[in-house]
Design a protein around this ligand. Structure first.
Ligand code: PMP
Ligand code: GLN
Length: 387
């Protein structure tokens, strides 16, 4: 067979960095600060609600295509409670298999081959793959340390006649940047002026320490052109349940649903009921999530600095991006591959999230969604690096 088996759009994409690094962590018995998942499960009452749903036969057979009504109503109530948004649970909400499927379905639904998608680089790895699977071309806008702010002039210059949409992510993985109202307003104005769609990945909407999360669809002119994506994984610390959602106008949601129904059709039946319960939890739950992660951010940042890393303090998310130059290192990918063997800690190289790999060559990401004693143990191991 002369022709490669893998579709050319996916050539070179291999195994995700998260799978590679989690496998390395398991193989070497290392502390895994690579893949972003909590090492403590979410609220016991949600686990019980999921188990009860299974036992009561709720969601064990295919749930409705758009998601179970209880969850769609809970998502709508969440948008109203936190952002004052009116979202029709019947036509403006779509439940997906995590944010990952929502991103894929949005790209497949909204793009034509040859379209351009502007995305903030470094970007979450599935963006590149999904844009490619849709036959479109990604156009990166590079976020640069130490602040990782989007360069709005560069963004404006990047728009061409072929630009179909801007793919936003705030709070931003891996840098932890949280877009300000001024930045979002500039992006919104550009979208209106150039008639672009926005697809916005807000899975870390409740994990903000400095600044505030502003859904871009709340800005003037944005409701009709924004597909908003979120997920229960990070908010409720159940990343394996894979319950995500899309909100937007009926037209946008219907387009995304058309693609989504041929990807998974539906998923996570009983978990959908449990997440409906979760979304109704009191404000103190949401505040507690952010406060707990804030503390752990500061703990890990101090440990990383102590160990010789330059640590860029994230405004939100699960992640701290560091620079390894101070350790005399120049190649983040090689560094991350050797780190488990050198000191029993796993991290992720940001370079893989860049088209311009050089821009992120010395950046390494550490996840702090772990127990405090685990973070302290990782910091102690990392301190041995310089010795
Ligand atoms: N977007 C971003 C920015 C992420 O970090 C992640 C990982 N949680 C996802 C999307 C995927 O979310 P899910 O696990 O809900 O598919
Ligand atoms: N979102 C997680 C991270 O950035 C990983 C999810 C995955 O493994 N696909 O670490």
């Amino acid at each position: 067979m002369s022709r490669p088996l893998l579709n050319s759009a996916l050539a070179g994409m291999g195994t995700t960095i998260f799978a590679e690094m989690s496998a390395l962590a398991a193989e070497t018995g290392s502390i895994n600060l690579g893949q972003g998942f909590p090492d403590t499960d979410g609220p016991a009452e949600l686990a019980r609600a999921a188990a009860d749903a299974v036992l009561a036969g709720r969601g064990n057979q295919y749930p409705p295509g758009p998601g179970v009504p209880e969850l769609r109503q809970a998502i709508s109530a969440h948008q109203k409670r936190f952002y004052g948004l009116d979202v029709d649970p019947d036509t403006e909400v779509l439940v997906t298999a995590g944010a990952t499927e929502a991103i894929a379905a949005a790209m497949l639904a909204l793009l034509e081959p040859g379209d351009e998608v502007i995305a903030l680089e470094p970007y979450y790895d599935s963006y590149a793959a999904c844009v490619a699977m849709a036959g479109a071309r990604r156009v990166p806008i590079t976020l640069r340390p130490p602040e990782f702010r989007p360069d709005l002039d560069e963004l404006r210059d990047a728009v061409t006649g072929r630009t179909r949409l801007i793919l936003l992510n705030s709070p931003h993985n891996p840098t932890g940047m949280v877009a300000t109202r001024d930045e979002l307003t500039a992006i919104a104005n550009l979208a209106v002026e150039r008639d672009l769609l926005l697809v916005t990945d807000e899975v870390y909407e409740h994990i903000v320490f400095d600044g505030e999360h502003i859904p871009v669809c709340t800005l003037p002119g944005m409701r009709e052109r924004t597909v908003t994506i979120s997920s229960a994984g990070k908010t409720f610390s159940f990343t394996g349940w894979k319950v995500g959602w899309v909100t937007g106008t009926a037209g946008l949601v219907s387009a995304v649903r058309t693609a989504k129904q041929f990807l998974t059709y539906v998923s996570s039946g009983p978990f959908q009921y449990a997440i409906a319960t979760g979304l109704a939890m009191p404000d103190s739950f949401y505040a507690g999530l952010a406060a707990g992660l804030h503390r752990r951010r500061d703990l890990l940042a101090a440990g990383l600095r102590d160990a010789g890393f330059a640590a860029y303090s994230p405004q939100g998310t699960y992640f701290i991006t560091t620079d390894i130059c101070g350790l005399g290192e120049t190649d983040g990918i090689a560094f991350c591959r050797s780190l488990p063997h050198r000191c029993g800690v796993v991290a992720v190289p940001n370079a893989v999230f860049y088209d311009d790999r050089e821009a992120g060559q010395t950046q390494v990401r550490f996840a702090f969604c772990k127990r405090e004693e685990v973070l302290a143990a990782a910091a102690a191991r990392l301190r041995q690096l310089g010795r």
